[in-house]
Design a protein around this ligand. Structure first.
Ligand SMILES: NC(=O)c1ccc[n+]([C@@H]2O[C@H](COP(=O)([O-])OP(=O)(O)OC[C@H]3O[C@@H](n4cnc5c(N)ncnc54)[C@H](OP(=O)(O)O)[C@@H]3O)[C@@H](O)[C@H]2O)c1
Length: 373
């Protein structure tokens, strides 16, 4: 199954160009801060990016994804029509886009856009809910069709808001939710999943994640619960979040643990710590990762970075688009920026068609060094 648009659909290029013209260009300065999930309190906490900058990432080409995308398109039918605008957007960008970074392929061959939409702070009064709903719909129309949520977010209010957004367009969305670790004992995962499905108004999740490592319940029973949900079609795949390398190794030691589809983790140009060990580990195991807080977390402090703004100006796009293009540059990372503003979402969608040059990547490495080995 492919949740992405047709990169070859030239008919929609005019529409894509109009959308690009509508985009607002935005730049701010960075303080090198980002959020990280604190799984003991259930709140996001702020950490200094320097703490995370420890080692270096090997950069790779992912042109094979284009081939995979091409071969999958034949089977997606109406979904292509629904989702083609973002990829046409990419095509419309011409030399700026090679398409290689705009999709990610899971090991089960499911293809999703490399850019999704988060929802941790939606339905919290930052914007009117109708405005946030419109922002999510805008993202879907621009190809950001992967939507990430969790039972934790505003005690399910985020899932309810998303339920309204995807009503009537469920088949166009790759839906991700998460179960909090205090719900994993007994048949807690099945109950939590049912509750999430009810709030989202759907009969299945495309991906269900364990929000953080559980201190109380063994991994094998969690995997059994996920696999049972998969067997009855309540979820299409499962994964984890906030797992370190040692957690991943523990997971792969239990029966069927290798079926984990992804690990959702903190990653942005100011927080590159996973490049030291976790990202290479996931690459070695053919596992894409999902980068949360790709703009630096609540408040998007990263976007005040003058380097991002300068590079954005050269491409006539925002610092946000540059930060996101950087995050998804290698084809094995899905970024899930959150925005309750349609104007911001339009800026963010530009990352699907933005390829940073080697010189720009080098400049960003200098401003935000990769972890030292
Ligand atoms: N698994 C976990 O433990 C975990 C932890 C944290 C987050 N997450 C997931 O990851 C998602 C994203 O992470 P996040 O919310 O922490 O941080 P983020 O996406 O890095 O940043 C969100 C902030 O950026 C602003 N923003 C978005 N686009 C912008 C633009 N173009 N220009 C200026 N500001 C912009 C948003 O404000 P506006 O609404 O005003 O645009 C919001 O304040 C969450 O929503 C959640 O789904 C998961």
């Amino acid at each position: 199954m492919c949740y992405c648009g047709d990169v070859r659909d030239g008919r929609r290029q005019g529409e894509a160009r109009r959308l690009m013209q509508l985009s607002l260009f935005y730049s701010t300065a960075a303080e090198g801060l980002a959020t990280e999930c604190d799984w003991h309190s259930g709140k996001d906490r702020t950490v200094k990016s320097e703490d995370m900058n420890k080692r270096f990432l090997n950069r790779r080409e992912f042109n094979g994804l284009c081939v995979a995308l091409g071969s999958s398109l034949a089977s997606v039918g109406a979904m292509i029509v629904a989702l083609s605008s973002a990829s046409a957007h990419a095509a419309a960008a011409g030399a700026d886009s090679n398409g290689a970074g705009s999709t990610v392929k899971f090991r089960d061959a499911t293809i999703v856009p490399a850019l999704g939409q988060g929802s941790a702070s939606l339905a919290q009064g930052r914007h009117p809910e109708t405005v946030e709903e419109e922002a999510l719909r805008t993202g879907i129309s621009l190809g950001m069709t992967l939507i990430d949520t969790a039972e934790l977010y505003r005690n399910g209010r985020s899932e309810e808001l998303i339920g309204r957004v995807i009503s009537g367009r469920r088949d166009r969305v790759f839906l991700v939710s998460k179960v909090w670790p205090n719900h994993v004992t007994g048949n807690g995962i099945a109950r939590a999943c049912e509750a999430s499905l009810a709030r989202l108004g759907t009969d299945h999740l495309d991906l269900y994640l364990l929000h953080c490592p559980s201190r109380d319940t063994d991994l094998s029973s969690i995997v059994v619960a996920f696999e049972s949900l998969r067997a009855v079609g309540k979820i299409r795949a499962w994964g984890v979040s906030n797992f370190k390398v040692s957690d991943m190794e523990d997971l792969f030691r239990v029966s069927h643990g290798y079926r984990c589809a992804t690990n959702q983790i903190l990653y942005n140009v100011g927080n590159r710590g996973i490049e030291h060990d976790l990202l290479p580990w996931c690459e070695q195991h053919g596992m894409p990762v999902m980068a949360y807080s790709p703009l630096g977390g609540a408040g998007a402090n990263l976007l005040r970075d003058p380097t991002l703004a300068r590079i954005g100006a050269a491409h006539s796009c925002s610092a946000a688009a540059v930060a996101l293009a950087w995050t998804i540059r290698n084809g094995n990372v899905i970024a899930i920026p959150e925005s309750g503003s349609a104007a911001h979402v339009k800026e963010n969608a530009r990352a699907l068609s933005l390829t940073l040059t080697p010189q720009e990547l080098h400049t960003l490495d200098t401003a935000h060094p990769p972890p030292k080995r």
